[in-house]
Write a protein that binds this ligand. Structure first.
Ligand SMILES: Cc1cc2nc3c(=O)[nH]c(=O)nc-3n(C[C@H](O)[C@H](O)[C@H](O)COP(=O)(O)OP(=O)(O)OC[C@H]3O[C@@H](n4cnc5c(N)ncnc54)[C@H](O)[C@@H]3O)c2cc1C
Length: 497
């Protein structure tokens, strides 16, 4: 059995039969909005982290907020667990269904409700794709900054739930920094507003709490995002290195020089080769690592920063520094990076994407130790990541058909995340905990801290019906994990006492 198999919850035993539930849904949803045959349920059995699969009991696809409220009221009345879902591109098993639960797809709530170019905001439904927002506001000279590499497919509701990041988040912040207001349906089916059209609102910062809550506190049904003016110019520099650690050091030096690039991304040898074979981005395939450093702003600012970045990269020991000559070349350089996950996916039957974040200056050391762990476990690891944010994405290549290989992969992934925590980092930067990193929550946090997380969950969802079994490990799970010899991270206060 996989180390990360979903933890059982009290709601695992359904208190209402499927036929009764289907007939109750049929009273307010049209037949095409209710899926229950196995062949219709299969597309919903996993998210982008395909290592874990589970068919749900029923999938519902509402078209209105009122229908979402009715679904939640019904499920609450019958104690039926609900897993909200965008387009299932998540990489931590967050949208993994429960056998005795309903998947609530928000994909059909996909209207852009309002664009306000004067206040630079857009009000959108949760099923709107990330890129569709920037496409819609481009005629007004605006864009939505957080840009996950999956932006062509992932929804803004999923982005809110995961507090998603992307290439541009180094300079412009994560989803949480670019969201003003949410409308949320509670587990009881009430519609509430969190945040406001102003920059701040009184009381606890529930907006920040809801963003990144992985569908465990409420169902997001409307999002007001902040928009930014399109920069006058953007230009990217590609630097090749014969040594991964040198590339890691260069990242710190660029930021230390006072330049905040619009994006600062790193790929190592296996990722470069895979991306080049896949999209022919023009990458130097003999390099051990490349950095892509984009600067944006006014024409003059970009010209000055490009010169400074080139000098810094050369001084850091890069073997080649290339500036994209035109927009077509800039987009080609980025296409390689943005296609890197599927490109690496072509190298082996399966890959497992980790998401640890570390203080930037520890990059060289963590990359070195990750390579050592890869050798110890005899599993190849390709690295492609948001280097400027210290947000690592080691991709472990494995074959789930080989007996025991998934379990070995999970163990290696766990060790990499624990390494990130031990240098002062965290087990997730942008993909969330979901089911994949639930064991490492026991490493990162003390039992008292996990109890506080559970208290927050229970304040919103006392019966644990919203995405149960994700994000927060039970005390039992942590005891079992520790019994396997995985010890909790020594916290600073304990280490010094
Ligand atoms: C190739 C690839 C590249 C990626 N690159 C990045 C990247 O650069 N940066 C990054 O941050 N992520 C990245 N991701 C991960 C993923 O795309 C994001 O986590 C994204 O936000 C998920 O959106 P989704 O609509 O697919 O959500 P889903 O996968 O459907 O759901 C994700 C979580 O959100 C919850 N949820 C979804 N909708 C709602 C809602 N309306 N209300 C409440 N909860 C909800 C679900 O229950 C689940 O817990 C990448 C994924 C892939 C496959």
């Amino acid at each position: 059995m996989s180390l990360h198999s979903p933890q059982q919850t009290d709601s695992a035993q359904l208190k209402v039969d499927k036929t009764t539930l289907l007939s109750a849904f049929g009273k307010f949803l049209p037949p095409e909005a209710i899926l229950f045959e196995n062949e219709d349920l299969h597309p919903y059995e996993c998210d982008g982290l395909s290592a874990y699969r589970q068919l749900p009991l029923i999938v519902v696809l509402p078209r209105t907020v009122d229908e979402v409220q009715q679904i939640m009221r019904l499920c609450h009345e019958h104690d039926v667990p609900v897993v909200a879902r965008g387009t299932g591109t998540g990489l931590s098993g967050g949208a993994l269904p429960l056998a005795e639960g309903v998947v609530l797809s928000l994909a059909r709530l996909k209207s852009i409700l309002e664009i306000d170019p004067v206040n630079r905001t857009a009000r959108v439904q949760p099923g709107v794709r990330n890129l569709a927002i920037s496409d819609a506001v481009k005629p007004d000279g605006l864009y939505y900054a957080p840009d996950p590499s999956s932006q062509i497919a992932c929804t803004i509701g999923g982005n809110i739930a995961e507090n998603s990041g992307g290439v541009h988040c180094l300079k412009y912040g994560l989803t949480v920094h670019n969201t003003l207001k949410l409308k949320v349906v509670t587990v009881e089916g009430e519609l509430i507003t969190i945040g406001s059209d102003a920059l701040d609102s009184p009381g606890y910062d529930l907006l920040a709490l809801m963003i990144g809550s992985e569908g465990m506190l409420g169902v997001v049904v409307e999002v007001t995002v902040k928009l930014l003016p399109l920069p006058e110019r953007a230009q990217v520099v590609l630097a090749a290195f014969d040594d991964v650690e040198k590339a890691g050091t260069a990242v710190g030096e660029i930021i230390a020089a006072g330049i905040i690039p619009a994006g600062l991304e790193m790929m190592d040898g296996p990722a470069i080769q895979a991306a080049e074979d896949f999209v022919h981005a023009g990458y130097p395939t003999d390099a051990a690592a490349i950095l892509l450093c984009e600067v944006d702003g006014s024409n003059q600012e970009v010209s000055e920063h490009i010169l400074a970045v080139r000098e810094l990269l050369q001084a850091s020991g890069s073997t080649e520094v290339r500036t994209a000559n035109d927009e077509a070349e800039r987009l080609r350089f980025w296409q390689g990076r943005k296609s890197a996950f599927p490109a690496v996916g072509r190298l082996s039957p399966d890959y497992y994407c980790m998401d640890g974040t570390i203080p930037r200056h520890r990059l060289p050391e963590v990359l070195k130790k990750t390579a050592e762990l890869s050798r110890t476990y005899n599993l190849p690891v390709a690295n492609v990541f948001h280097a400027g944010d210290g947000n690592m994405h080691p991709l472990i290549l494995y074959n789930a058909n080989n007996p025991g290989e998934l379990e070995r992969t999970e163990e290696l992934g766990g060790k990499i995340l624990e390494l990130c925590v031990s240098v002062g980092g965290t087990i997730t930067g942008e993909h969330g905990v979901g089911i994949e990193k639930i064991n490492q929550m026991c490493f990162q946090f003390k039992p008292e801290e996990l109890a506080q997380f559970r208290a927050v969950k229970h304040a919103f969802d006392p019966d644990e019906l919203l995405n149960p079994g994700k994000g927060i490990p039970t005390p039992k799970r942590c005891s079992e994990y520790r019994a396997l010899g995985n010890h909790q991270h020594p916290h600073d206060d304990e280490a010094s006492s």
